[in-house]
Design a protein around this ligand. Structure first.
Ligand SMILES: Cc1cc2nc3c(=O)[nH]c(=O)nc-3n(C[C@H](O)[C@H](O)[C@H](O)COP(=O)(O)O)c2cc1C
Length: 340
């Protein structure tokens, strides 16, 4: 039976354990140029030293106006590649594999003078009203994703994660609440995401997995649920997604329909449902920072990998400590052996 420290192999991605650091924005670009800084280097390399098997670099945007804030990472220019390559190389040196989340914030781009979206519907009453992209601009946006993926591959990553969750641009296209278009990208709500997936795949080596993060459930009034997300995830799978990373929410202000859970493992049932319906590997995330609970998610075959976000912000050596608690073998850096 597999456990948190069982190796994982899928296509060319070989992980020493099943512990993932999920993408977490650091809002730490200093010059507003989208280039990773020493903070990013230290932040990611420390988690590699701390034993995480797979590190997914935070939301990295395909366009300056696709950033949540002007302090976010970008991959719209070749000049942004070397700083990321330095991070990837060092993480590899310490035994972690690296993915990167490629994204556009759409109407949630707070610092964009006029954010863009599928339709001119603001996130809430305090947000800027976005401008609806023309059909031509949607096609150009797909190209921006393709080029960012190409640059990520040039930076040496082991996998690509497309951000289709949390109410950002791709999510805005596949949610009926935010896509009121009458062109081909409104008639088929998954066309934008599918075009991006196919464009990304054209740049990726055949054996490199394409991961997609989705919100499997919306929390606003009238939002979609797991039944609908299984259907759109199937479309994305047909377009080329190899693995899903299952989150929820982010589409708008929380309505009376329901609030996100705040209990341990609250999104695991969603990950299990997608895994069982699509027969794909999935990453579970959300309040899984108790190693015993995280281990049970793998042992019970609810998910293939477990991501620990805030737990790793608190403790960069989360994985090494989990091995101690679970009494599993893992390689501790020789400099730190005395601590374990
Ligand atoms: C500071 C912070 C930044 C985040 N940034 C991102 C991001 O860039 N992309 C994303 O998909 N999720 C982001 N998230 C969500 C996390 O990846 C994760 O899904 C969430 O924190 C739940 O997992 P946890 O309970 O283990 O923290 C962020 C979360 C935090 C706390």
């Amino acid at each position: 039976m597999n456990h948190l420290f069982s190796p994982f192999k899928f296509k060319a991605l070989e992980l020493k354990n099943r512990i993932v650091m999920p993408p977490m924005c650091q809002y730490s670009v200093e010059k507003k140029d989208g280039v990773a800084t020493d903070w990013h280097y230290l932040h990611y390399v420390n988690r590699a030293i701390g034993g995480a098997g797979f590190i997914i670099i935070e939301m990295t945007d395909v366009d300056p106006d696709g950033r949540i804030t002007d302090n976010d990472l970008g991959l719209w220019s070749d000049e942004q590649v070397p700083a990321l390559a330095r991070i990837v190389e060092a993480c590899h040196q310490y035994g972690a594999k690296v993915g990167i989340q490629i994204a556009h914030a759409g109407r949630k781009a707070v610092d964009a003078p006029v954010p863009v979206a599928p339709s001119a519907i603001p996130f809430d009453e305090n947000s800027k009203t976005p401008r609806a992209l023309s059909t031509e601009e949607v096609k150009e946006m797909v190209e921006k994703f393709r080029k960012a993926v190409k640059r990520a591959i040039n930076a040496g990553v082991d996998a690509i994660e497309i951000h289709g969750a949390h109410g950002y641009l791709i999510h805005q296209f596949h949610s009926p609440l935010t896509n009121k278009r009458d062109d081909e990208y409104g008639k088929d709500l998954t066309k934008f995401g599918s075009d991006i997936i196919q464009a990304a795949k054209r740049e990726m080596p055949n054996d490199m997995p394409l991961i997609m993060r989705i919100s499997a459930k919306e929390f606003v009034e009238g939002g979609y649920g797991i039944k609908e997300s299984i259907e759109f995830a199937k479309k994305y799978q047909q377009a080329g997604v190899d693995m899903f990373h299952i989150s929820s929410g982010g589409e708008g202000p929380i309505g009376s329909r329901g609030k996100p859970g705040t209990h341990a493992g609250y999104q695991v049932p969603l990950a299990r449902d997608i895994k069982n319906a699509l027969h794909v590997p999935v990453i579970a995330v959300g309040r899984l920072d108790d190693p015993i609970l995280a281990n049970s998610v793998i042992g019970n075959e609810d998910a293939d990998l477990v991501a620990v976000g805030r737990g790793m912000l608190r403790n960069p050596h989360w994985a090494l400590e989990a091995a101690t608690i679970l009494n599993k073998e893992t390689e501790v850096p020789k400099q730190y052996l005395a601590g374990f």
